[in-house]
Design a protein around this ligand. Structure first.
Ligand SMILES: C[S@@+](CC[C@H](N)C(=O)[O-])C[C@H]1O[C@@H](n2cnc3c(N)ncnc32)[C@H](O)[C@@H]1O
Length: 207
């Protein structure tokens, strides 16, 4: 019998809860992936090209893993992880025999074998419900050593309903500034429709 009371997020089925792998598995399985850039975004390609030496890189929430494939082609050591088995299957197909350490794992509980020098962010933070943002901030700070880099794309806007969940500039600063110094910040040049005009390329250095 229905009480007529509004359903809380916890009452929703798993495939409607973005904090659950089933949400993403359903979308990958259906081919509904409007966040997928279908390649490597230009600021990140330029960033990788200008590094004097390869950086051991971690890509959480890698989805199709276009960037992991690119970095592996450059000879970088890359770990890509995603908690959706469907996403990992798609990444595996795309990666072929590329030398990428690909894991099906939850970013918040996964244990690294080696310390990353670079953590790449694209459409991962904005995929997380806001209640997980503080955990994300702590986790990226814990994973990177002093001098390590967090680089990528942030969905900076006031879009409440998501995913993608928009983050305000002040909120992003509050999450990262205690442990990081921002060293690059620019409007993304070639965003796909889902993020157009609201995406920033940023690089943060671990203090
Ligand atoms: C919007 S998609 C972005 C995928 C990819 N970064 C891209 O740019 O195309 C978000 C991805 O994060 C993954 N994800 C969400 N929460 C996760 C978690 N706690 N641990 C690992 N992966 C997670 C989802 O399965 C999904 O593949």
């Amino acid at each position: 019998m229905s009480t007529g009371a509004p359903r809380s997020a916890a009452d929703k089925p798993d495939h409607q809860r973005p904090e659950h792998p089933d949400f993403w598995c359903k979308r990958f399985a259906e081919g509904t992936t409007p966040w997928d850039a279908g390649g490597v975004p230009p600021e990140f390609a330029a960033f990788a090209a200008r590094q004097p030496a390869p950086l051991a890189t971690l890509i959480p929430g890698c989805g199709s893993a276009w960037e992991a494939a690119h970095l592996a082609r450059l000879g970088w050591q890359v770990t890509a992880l995603d908690f959706s088995a469907e996403a990992v299957a798609r990444a595996r197909t795309l990666l072929g025999d590329a030398a990428v350490d690909l894991a099906c794992a939850d970013f918040f509980t996964w244990q690294p074998i080696r310390t990353p020098e670079l953590l790449y962010e694209r459409a991962f933070l904005c995929a997380l419900p806001r209640k997980l943002w503080d955990d994300w901030g702590r986790r990226v700070a814990d994973l990177l050593p002093p001098g390590g880099l967090l680089a990528g794309y942030f969905f900076v806007c006031d879009q409440v309903k998501g995913p993608p969940f928009g983050i305000l500039a002040d909120q992003l600063d509050a999450l990262l500034a205690p442990a990081f110094k921002r060293i690059e910040d620019a409007a993304a040049k070639d965003s796909i429709a889902a993020f157009a005009g609201r995406e920033r390329w940023q690089v943060w250095q671990r203090r």
